[in-house]
Design a protein around this ligand. Structure first.
Ligand SMILES: [Zn+2]
Length: 96
């Protein structure tokens, strides 16, 4: 694959996964509040809200597992601290 195409695809995946992460933040808040027993404080439709939050969090995690990979070799970057690699640990392709 063309090196510029790899970088372009990596940027697209990066944007998608940052958006997924931003959606998980409020969902996590709702789930944590519910687990702490504060579900009533979340509003009248708290059950719906909690289910929606869990579905959203699972969907975002699934999206990340499927898409957060090297565009060249498919190496999964995972959820670790090396979330913004500059080169692929699997094939050494330049990603940025
Ligand atoms: Zn790779």
């Amino acid at each position: 694959m063309d090196p510029e195409e790899i970088k372009r695809r990596f940027r697209a995946r990066l944007v998608g996964n940052v958006i997924a992460l931003l959606m998980v933040a409020p969902a996590s808040f709702v789930i944590v509040e519910a687990l702490r027993g504060n579900a009533a404080g979340l509003g009248v439709h708290s059950t719906f809200l909690i289910v929606a939050a869990v579905v959203l969090a699972v969907a975002a995690a699934t999206f990340t597992v499927i898409t957060w990979r090297c565009p060249a070799c498919g190496f999964g970057f995972g959820f670790g601290l090396k979330v913004f690699p500059s080169t692929c640990p699997g094939c050494d392709a330049r990603l940025r």
